[in-house]
Write a protein that binds this ligand. Structure first.
Ligand code: P5A
Length: 440
């Protein structure tokens, strides 16, 4: 991508409305724009990061055996009247009427709709277990939308829903998502700790929130500090192994970890003082087991091996991609801007032409840009005629992991400078070596 032809509206000034660093940097880097309170457009740079986050979420959901579909944002009120949640959900639900005056709503979550899909076609235990997920916009008319896309009214959610014949089966499905979440957040460069959590309007009595420790987080959390160094389940994790996944779950729930709603002061005080962590955190995921809460009132049942009908045991599993992007920034930035983990960086490398219009600089940059693009890298080429200082500030602000800098003096020697955004380390090397670093 040539910056001269891209759309990346950088802000020079610090936006006044931004209270936390991720919101400030997302606005400054031209990643998002507020359209009305708590409702955002994702501009091209932000969209690239969001897509990369979603790709990792999708890979790990698929690895754990979940199957992707797509459900609509608008739902009929009837479904929610069946489960009893239409009235219970209160003012957070955006209620609308269509031209025939039929009550509709903008989905805040999809338990009812997915249960309807399930009951319409699954009739036998032989088709279980089943886990269906989608990545879709939701709407919750939050009392206090704030911090940009961290807590917005319209937001994206990956929501998965599992169906099993028995409670034991459902617990295995829960453990699959538990392990998949540990892997997902790790690949996003984050350390998320599963904590016992309140179930709120989703229901059930088994639930974990996945929390990233951050001073700007909205949740107050309490946990054993050893969680910070626990091993993450590897790529070879067997998601069909009941014992294997139970062992992962048991290990990750063996020490104290709870959100403030579930906090047990006495149990926490039993943890030796030096090992207690009392901190603030960001909830990036939340998983639930709620048994037959929806399947019973909505009549979602299958025939079991005993020939009898059984209401299915269900769970639901949410991750917030539009919250994860600012959460990653909260965890990884410096005074100059964002520092993206390579896995979600909007571009792999930015090529900075320090003197656009200078033949040797132009030729060198074009050569590098073409070679890296051909090698399948996402390359941003700053070919604008801005001052070098402005270009450096922009590159640091948008947080691309590697900068290749081509200035007249180095280029005259057949060389460029390669800068690591995270460490700030700069290295002068031949043009060929700079290319080979990515191609090899
Ligand atoms: C689980 C999947 C649910 O809704 N039903 C389907 C269950 N859970 S939840 O905890 O309410 O939400 C799941 C995740 O969505 C993100 N999230 C938000 N992100 C941005 N702005 C919001 N207002 C918002 N509300 C929820 C969080 O990451 C949460 O863990």
């Amino acid at each position: 991508m040539r910056l001269s032809r891209y759309f990346m509206p950088i802000l020079k000034e610090n936006p006044k409305e931004a209270e936390i660093v991720s919101h400030r940097l997302m606005l400054r880097a031209g990643m998002i724009r507020q359209q009305s309170q708590g409702i955002y457009s994702w501009l091209p740079l932000g969209k690239r990061v969001l897509d990369k986050v979603n790709a990792i979420i999708r890979e790990e959901q698929n690895r754990a055996g979940a199957i992707e579909l797509s459900m609509p944002t608008l739902q009929s009120a009837e479904l929610w009247q069946e489960s009893g949640r239409y009235d219970a959900y209160g003012k957070e639900m955006l209620r609308i009427k269509d031209r025939q005056e039929r009550p509709m709503l903008y989905g805040p979550t999809n338990e009812e709709m997915v249960t309807d899909i399930f009951r319409s076609s699954v009739k036998s235990y032989k088709d279980l277990p089943l886990n269906l997920y989608h990545i879709q916009l939701k709407f919750r008319d939050e009392i206090r939308p704030r911090f940009g896309t961290m807590r917005s009214r319209e937001f994206m959610m990956k929501d998965a829903y599992s169906f099993d014949l028995t409670r034991e089966g459902a617990e295995h499905s829960y453990n699959k998502m538990f392990a998949a979440y540990l892997r997902t957040f790790d690949r996003l460069g984050l350390r998320a700790i599963p904590m016992r959590a309140d179930t709120g309007p989703i229901g059930g009595n088994l639930s974990h929130e996945f929390i990233i420790l951050a001073d700007t987080g909205e949740s107050e959390v309490f946990c054993h500090k050893d969680f910070v160094d626990f091993d993450i389940p590897g790529e070879s994790t067997d998601f069909d192994s009941v014992e294997g996944l139970q062992a992962i779950f048991d290990k990750w729930t063996s020490l104290y970890a709870a959100t403030s709603e579930m906090h047990d002061e006495a149990a926490f005080n039993a943890v030796p003082e030096g090992e207690r962590l009392s901190a603030r955190g960001i909830e990036v995921g939340h998983i639930f087991y709620f048994g037959t809460k929806y399947s019973e009132p909505m009549g979602a049942k299958v025939q079991g091996p005993d020939g009898k009908e059984h209401f299915v045991h269900m769970g639901s599993y949410g991750i917030g991609p539009t919250r994860l992007v600012p959460a990653i920034i909260e965890a990884s930035h410096d005074d100059n801007g964002i520092i993206w983990p390579a896995s979600v960086a909007p571009f792999d490398v930015v090529v900075i032409n320090m003197k656009a219009g200078d033949q040797a600089c132009d030729d060198t940059c074009e050569l590098i840009y073409a070679a890296l693009t051909k090698a399948g890298k996402d390359v941003l080429y700053d070919d604008t005629d801005d001052r070098a200082g402005t270009k450096f500030a922009t590159a640091d602000l948008i947080g691309v992991p590697v900068q290749i800098i081509a200035g007249p003096r180095a280029v005259a020697n057949g060389e460029v400078e390669v800068k690591d955004r995270k460490t700030g380390a700069r290295e002068t090397m031949t043009i060929e070596a700079a290319i080979n670093r990515f191609v090899a």
